[in-house]
Design a protein around this ligand. Structure first.
Ligand code: NAG
Length: 475
């Protein structure tokens, strides 16, 4: 593969996918040379009009820059801590010349004079961790807690790179309506052919129990954004670990999201966040009940039907009108499932997959077990090697589920936890950049869902959107 051409295409796709106009600097009709070149100038006028409507959020003639958030805390002198440090990333591996500078800005980069910090670029690919925190802001364009404006929107941090001039820029974004924004292309794709950003242990983002509201810990919390915020950022697949505690008088209060044996948050409010998002958008969401660590099984491993049925009734009660039934939309084993278009047309935009086949057999509207490619290792190299192989051989030819999820996070061992070696934030930091890089290269053609921890530490959302659009263009 000619990387030069492919990266050019990536930049091009990324720019158009993100609702941006194609940057004029590398288009041949930038300056119509003759008055007779009417067609070109008409295109120019159209582009200018589009540009006025939709501001360019990402631009690059070659290579890419992007903003991420550093998941571990950084210890400063005198006991201080820096949380959520902004990271600036670049990949100019296909470019003939590499920009010399990269900087952090709080608005669209126009001049180095406005940079909050600048750094020298000494390699084709890399990143710097700035000493500036993302801070606690609100979600832009009205999306903080209710539906806002369609299209991608920037949070405050921007990155710019170049020489004396800034040639490439990008911002940290929300992508609340990316499926609708790109519907003309990606709706032709079957769900198994999408590249889809997901979160591992999606509900484990802040304790909400009688005894704790802790937002940061070492080995339980895998995310730091609410389900609503994850959706607004562009996450469309949730891996849920659901537990049942019969100590609560009301049935609906007995269902919790857990990380293994640890209770994190009650389930029903999260279902309501998903409902509010589905009610107000045209997006399609994949909810995966993937593990039932407490209360769903007898000692001998037999499912407790009443507990499973209670969960299923709750999901139907909260999300019923949005549910796309497998009995109606399923396309059979060994296929890639329905197109996005058929789900959007029917206005059935929630697919609920369930990890227990005996329960699916009783409720055939549930989607069957969604395979997780899980390396079960605490070693980043092994994780990546495992996923390289597992993604390239997925889906299995006779798979019952049209989808599969690459679980792109390491798993601490019991000893790691006992001896407090590292933390889930450090583990995420050790793999998230590689995951972004892999998705743009080796996993590009075959990855379906990629689920990560602390997703702001990678660029899986924007890259998945670009790849889905690219796949649709091949149809
Ligand atoms: C992960 O990325 C780093 C650069 O960020 C690289 O040095 C390392 O080799 C990568 N690991 C693997 C297994 O590809």
């Amino acid at each position: 593969m000619n990387m030069g051409v492919s990266w050019y295409a990536v930049g091009f796709l990324a720019a158009s996918v993100l609702g941006a106009t194609i940057t004029l600097s590398f288009m041949p009709w930038r300056t119509p040379s003759t008055d007779t070149d009417i067609k070109s100038s008409r295109i120019m006028r159209t582009l200018k009009r589009v540009s006025a409507e939709k501001q360019v959020l990402e631009k690059s003639a070659c290579g890419r820059v992007w903003v991420t958030v550093h998941s571990p805390e950084i210890r400063l002198g005198a006991g201080g801590k820096l949380l959520d440090a902004i990271e600036l990333n670049w990949d100019f591996s296909s470019c003939s010349t590499i920009p010399t500078r990269i900087g952090l800005f709080d608005d669209r980069p126009s001049s180095w004079n406005n940079a909050l910090a600048t750094y020298f670029i000494g390699s084709r690919e890399g990143h710097v961790v700035t000493s500036i925190s993302l801070g606690i802001g609100t979600l832009p364009a009205g999306w903080e807690s209710s539906p806002g404006l369609k299209g991608p929107h920037c949070l405050w941090p921007w990155v710019g790179a170049g020489e004396s001039q800034i040639q490439s820029y990008n911002c940290l974004k929300i992508q609340p309506t990316w499926m609708e924004d790109n519907a003309a292309r990606i709706n032709r794709l079957r769900i198994g052919d999408l590249a889809l950003p997901g979160t591992h242990n999606a509900g484990a983002w802040r304790f909400d129990t009688e005894i704790s509201t802790v937002a940061r810990d070492s080995f339980v919390l895998c995310q730091d954004r609410s389900i609503w915020a994850q959706l607004v950022h562009g996450i469309r697949y949730f891996d849920f670990r659901i537990a049942y505690y019969d100590v609560y008088p009301r049935e609906e209060d007995r269902y919790w999201l857990n990380h293994n044996l640890i209770r994190v948050r009650p389930l029903v409010p999260l279902l309501r966040e998903i409902k509010a998002f589905l009610d107000s958008t045209k997006e399609v969401i994949f909810l995966d009940a993937h593990h039932f660590p407490v209360g769903f099984y007898q000692q001998n491993g037999a499912p407790i039907r009443s507990v499973h049925n209670g969960l299923i009734r709750l999901v139907q009660r909260e999300l019923g009108p949005h549910l796309a039934l497998a009995t109606q939309f399923g396309t059979g084993a060994g296929t890639r499932g329905p197109t996005l278009q058929s789900l959007v047309d029917a206005d059935k935009r929630l697919l609920f997959s369930y990890v227990d086949n005996s329960i699916v057999a009783d409720n055939p509207w549930l989607w069957p077990i969604l395979p997780h490619l899980w390396a079960n290792t605490n070693d980043p190299n092994r994780l990546l090697q495992y996923l390289d192989r597992a993604i390239s051989t997925s889906p299995q030819p006779s798979a019952r589920s049209p989808m599969f999820s690459a679980m792109a996070q390491t798993t601490p061992t019991v000893l790691d936890i006992l001896f407090l070696r590292g933390s889930l934030r450090e583990n995420a930091d050790a793999v998230n950049r590689n995951v972004t890089a892999r998705l743009t290269t080796r996993w590009r053609n075959q990855a379906n869902i990629v689920s990560t921890d602390f997703f702001l530490g990678n660029d899986v959302i924007d890259v998945s959107i670009a790849i889905s659009t690219e796949r649709a263009n091949w149809l």
